[in-house]
Design a protein around this ligand. Structure first.
Ligand code: HEC
Ligand code: HEC
Length: 241
């Protein structure tokens, strides 16, 4: 190798290192809080900020999908999925099929770039949320995505097997005060937690990040094995109220 090539190689390495470390924010409570809030905005931003629900379809919602309409078409998760993989993930079929790609390729991206995407002609969120909301959303997309294929068996539509006995103890300690021993509370929750497991991607997202506009705990910073053990326990609970 000539010296010139070697220098070029090390310069490239340095450039990559600088680019990566520029966006690698420290793991601290402030960033965790931003990511968790961003994840809830991704779920249902208008509930989090108590804005009026959009009354018409999002401009990027494909006309071919008539199964969903109005406010639901404005939730990030409706186009990009609970697993963040869009058409390549769980929304590759079913009533949320839009053909739209996921946000997973933007994991690690510069948050400013993600904010710009939310305000572009495709998305048109400008004016609907504050700068702090866009920042939290971008933090979630850049730093908060997990690869759900590691935790969920897509063909079985179920979380990977885990320790339900341990999950029962976690549940008693972390969840039962709001959801009741059987997972059928609060009363206005339409489906029991066991029934919700029909969509394991949604349950995983909610256990890690909490429920928009509710006081629910977010387990994101704990080992994800705890969430899997909890899901194994939920599967043992009644599916009907
Ligand atoms: C109605 C559907 C729809 C909704 C809702 C939606 N998006 Fe998108 N999004 C798209 C489409 C379509 C693209 C692809 C645009 C393109 O490639 O030109 C996209 C692309 C993206 C990308 C770039 C992905 C990549 O790899 O290039 C990001 C990031 C993104 N959206 C974030 C969000 C966030 C955050 C929200 C919620 C605030 C959101 N989107 C809501 C339709 C939607
Ligand atoms: C402080 C109260 C509180 C705690 C603690 C709590 N939750 Fe929740 N959770 C809620 C509320 C309220 C809702 C919204 C219920 C509804 O849909 O009406 C919710 C929603 C959910 C949902 C989504 C249901 C849906 O309708 O989409 C899941 C799944 C869930 N919780 C699981 C858990 C698990 C597992 C734990 C323990 C790790 C937990 N929650 C702890 C209050 C709580």
């Amino acid at each position: 190798m000539t010296i010139a090539i070697r220098m070029l190689t090390s310069l490239t390495t340095i450039a990559i290192f600088v680019a990566v470390s520029l966006f690698a924010l420290p793991a601290n409570a402030e960033n965790d809080a931003s990511i968790i809030r961003g994840a809830k905005l991704y779920d249902k931003w208008f509930a989090v900020i108590k804005a009026e629900k959009p009354t018409q379809n999002h401009p990027a919602w494909p006309a071919a999908n008539t199964k969903k309409k109005n406010d639901v078409t404005w939730r990030c998760k409706s186009c990009h999925g609970w697993d963040y993989q869009g058409v390549d993930g769980a929304y590759g079929s079913g009533s949320y099929l839009t053909g739209i790609k996921g946000v997973n390729a933007m994991a690690g991206a510069d948050p400013a770039k993600i904010v710009a995407i939310m305000k572009d002609d495709t998305h048109q969120y400008s004016g609907l949320m504050d700068e702090a909301d866009f920042q939290d959303l971008a933090m979630f997309v850049s730093k908060g995505q997990i690869d759900m294929r590691k935790y969920i068996d897509y063909s079985a539509k179920a979380a990977n097997p885990a320790d339900a006995k341990l999950g029962e103890r976690y549940y008693a300690s972390l969840c039962a005060q709001c959801h009741g021993a059987n997972g059928d509370k609060p009363d206005d929750m339409k489906k029991t937690l066991a029934k919700q497991l029909g969509n394991p991607w949604e349950v995983l997202h909610k256990i890690l990040n909490g429920q928009p506009a509710e006081q629910m705990t977010a387990l994101r910073v704990l080992d994800h094995q705890i969430t899997l053990d909890l899901m194994a326990h939920l599967a043992t609970l009644p599916t009907e109220k």
